[in-house]
Design a protein around this ligand. Structure first.
Ligand code: HEM
Length: 507
C-alpha cells in the first residue's frame, strides 16, 4: 500500500503555512499602508461621520460585501449617522434623492464609473459595462444600443415566446406531482435560454436538459462541466468584493484557485466558444452578437484576435447582466404577488380581460395592462434588485453634492436600497402597493433597480418585456402557492433570493 512520506507531508504543511503567512502579511501591509496614506488625505472628509473602521480602511465595506449584506450595513450606518456616511476612507455614501441627478447625471462634468468596475474587466478588455472612460463608453454604447433598439426588441418577442413554451412544458410536469419545487432554478434556466437565444442565436438548452451544467475548457486545456448559475454568482460576488480595494484586485490575479477567479475563466471560456461559433456562422445577423459583428464590420473582414477578445468581453457581460438579474426579479415579483392576495386577484382579473379569458397572452395584449408593469416596478423597488450604491468618481475639479465639496477622485454612491425605502419619497415604503406607480409619474426617477443616467441598464426594456411575458403566462396558466411567506436573500453585485419554493396546479 502507498504510504505518503512523513517528510513530504511536513514539507507540504510548511509551504501552505508560508503562503498563508505571506498572504496575511500582504493584507496587513496593505492596510497599514492605506492608513498611512489616508491619514494625510482624510482631513478633507474628517467632518463626515461613519463607522470607526470604515474611516481608516476598506475592510469594513469589504467584510459586509463578503457576507452578502453590504446594503444592510450601509443602510444601518445611514440610519445612525445621517445623509452623508463615510463607508470607506475615500468613499462617501450619499442617501439623498437630490444626489441622484448629480452623482449619476449626464453631461461633460458628470462623474464617471470608479475603479471599482475594474474588477469586472474580462481578459484585460473592458466591456460596455466595465469601461470607465466616458468617451470609450459612449462609442461602445452607440454600437450596442442598435442591438436593443425597438425594432430589435420586436424581433426578439417571438423568440422569447418560444422559450416560454419550453418553460411551460416543464412547469406542466410539476403540476402533475403537486410537490413544492425551487422555481428560482427554473427561472434561471429560462433566463439563460432566452438570453443565449437572443444574444448568440441558439439556446443553451437548460430548460430541456433540466440542468445548468455547461462544458467549459480550463486554462490547462482540460474540459470540465460546471454549473453556469454558480459561475455567474461566484464571479459577481468576487467582483463586488475585490472592486472595493485595488490591492484585492491585484491579489486575485495571483490567486487563480479562488472559486470566483475560476468562475471568471469559466464564463470567459463559455462566452469565447459562443463568439467563435457565431463568427463562423456569419450569415445570420439577427441575434445580439450578430448585430455587434455587423456594426463593427467584422462580417466583411475577420476580426483580429484583439477584437475577438473585445467581443468576448461583451458576450460575458451579456451573460452576466442579462441572465440572473431577470430570473431573480421574476422570482421575487411572483413571490410578492402570491403573498398578496388582493394584488394577485386584481392582476389575474386584468390579465384575463386582456387575453379574452384564454390562458395564453401575447405581448400586444400584455402591454395594455399597466397594472402588470406597475407590479413589476413595485417588486424591483421593494426587493431592491440593485441594492448597493453604484460607485462613481468625482470628476476633475471635484463636485458639490448636498452642500459638500468632494475633490476629484472621491468615490461617491447613492445607496439604492435606502432610496427605495425612503419614507420621504414613497410614503409607505415597506408596503407592496403597485397602485403607487399609477398615481403619478413623479417617483419614477427614484427607481434605481436599473441604475441611472448614461450608465443605466441598456437591457431594461428587454428585461421588462421578458418579465411581463413570463409572469403573465404563469399567472394565467397556473395557480401559484408559495411555501414560505419570506424569501431569504443574499447580495453579490445584485441583491438576489436564495431560492423560491412554490407549488403549481393548472388553473
Ligand atoms: C431585471 C433585470 C435587470 C436588472 C435589474 C438590471 C440592472 C442593471 C443595472 C443596475 C445596471 C447599471 C449598473 C451600473 O451602473 O453599475 C445595468 C447595466 C447594464 N445592463 Fe442591466 N439589468 C437587467 C437586465 C439586463 C438585460 C436583460 C441585459 C441584456 C441582455 C442587460 C444588460 C446591461 C448592460 C450591457 C449594462 C451596462 C450599460 C452601460 O454601462 O452602458 N441588463 N443593469
Amino acid at each position: 500500500m502507498f504510504l505518503p512520506d512523513l517528510n513530504e507531508i511536513l514539507a507540504g504543511v510548511a509551504t501552505a503555512r508560508l503562503y498563508g503567512l505571506a498572504a496575511l502579511l500582504l493584507i496587513c501591509g496593505a492596510c497599514v499602508l492605506q492608513v498611512v496614506i489616508w491619514r494625510q488625505k482624510s482631513a478633507k472628509y474628517q467632518q463626515i461621520p461613519g463607522p470607526f473602521l470604515a474611516r481608516w480602511t476598506s475592510l469594513w465595506l469589504t467584510y459586509h460585501a463578503y457576507r452578502g449584506r453590504r446594503y444592510k450595513a450601509v443602510h444601518a450606518a445611514h440610519m445612525r449617522y445621517g445623509v452623508l456616511v463615510r463607508i470607506a476612507p475615500n468613499h462617501i455614501s450619499v442617501a439623498s434623492p437630490d444626489a441622484l441627478s448629480i452623482i449619476y447625471g449626464q453631461g461633460s462634468r458628470a462623474p464617471a464609473k470608479s475603479p471599482f468596475y475594474d474588477s469586472f474587466v474580462c481578459n484585460g478588455k473592458p466591456s460596455i459595462f466595465s469601461t470607465r472612460d466616458r468617451q470609450e463608453h459612449s462609442a461602445k454604447r452607440r454600437i450596442v444600443s442598435h442591438a436593443f433598439s425597438s425594432s430589435a426588441l420586436q424581433e426578439f418577442i417571438p423568440l422569447i415566446h418560444s422559450t416560454i413554451g419550453d418553460f411551460t412544458q416543464r412547469m406542466d410536469e410539476f403540476c402533475n406531482n403537486a410537490e413544492y419545487f425551487d422555481a428560482l432554478l427554473w427561472f434561471n434556466y429560462l433566463a439563460f435560454d432566452v438570453l443565449s437565444d437572443l444574444a448568440f442565436g441558439e439556446r443553451i438548452g437548460m430548460l430541456k436538459q433540466g440542468s445548468d451544467l455547461v462544458e467549459i475548457e480550463r486554462p490547462d486545456g482540460s474540459t470540465a462541466h460546471e454549473n453556469a448559475i454558480a459561475l455567474v454568482d461566484e464571479r459577481e460576488h468576487l467582483a463586488a468584493i475585490v472592486g472595493i480595494h485595488p490591492v484585492l484586485q491585484v491579489a486575485v490575479r495571483w490567486l487563480p484557485f479562488l472559486s470566483g477567479s475560476k468562475a471568471t475563466s469559466g464564463l470567459e471560456d463559455l462566452a469565447r466558444r459562443q463568439v467563435l461559433k457565431r463568427l463562423s456562422t456569419g450569415a445570420n445577423r439577427n441575434d445580439i452578437l450578430g448585430k455587434l459583428i455587423a456594426a463593427h464590420g467584422w462580417d466583411l473582414r475577420p476580426p483580429t484576435s484583439d477584437e475577438v477578445a473585445e467581443l468576448t468581453a461583451e458576450a460575458v457581460t451579456l451573460l452576466i447582466a442579462g441572465s440572473d438579474t431577470t430570473s431573480n426579479s421574476i422570482a421575487v415579483i411572483l413571490h410578492y404577488i402570491a403573498t398578496h392576495p388582493r394584488v394577485y386577484k386584481k392582476i389575474l382579473e386584468l390579465l384575463l380581460e386582456a387575453s379574452s379569458g384564454r390562458n395564453e397572452i401575447t405581448y400586444e395584449q400584455v402591454k395594455d395592462v399597466p397594472y402588470l408593469q406597475a407590479t413589476i416596478n413595485e417588486g424591483v423597488r421593494l426587493h431592491s434588485t440593485t441594492a448597493i450604491g453604484l460607485h462613481r468618481s468625482a470628476p476633475p475639479g471635484g463636485l458639490v453634492c448636498c452642500g459638500h465639496f468632494f475633490p476629484e477622485g472621491t468615490e461617491l454612491s447613492v445607496p439604492a436600497w435606502t432610496i427605495g425605502h425612503d419614507p420621504q419619497v414613497w410614503g409607505d415604503p415597506d408596503t407592496f402597493r403597485p397602485e403607487r406607480w399609477l398615481e403619478g409619474k413623479e417617483n419614477r426617477q427614484y427607481l434605481l433597480a436599473f441604475g441611472k443616467g448614461p450608465r443605466a441598464c441598456i437591457g431594461q426594456n428587454l428585461a421588462n418585456i421578458e418579465m411581463a411575458l413570463v409572469l403573465s403566462t404563469i399567472l394565467l396558466r397556473y395557480n401559484v402557492e408559495v411555501k414560505s411567506q419570506k424569501l431569504e436573500t443574499t447580495e453579490g453585485f445584485m441583491h438576489k433570493p436564495l431560492d423560491c419554493w412554490i407549488r403549481l396546479s393548472l388553473r
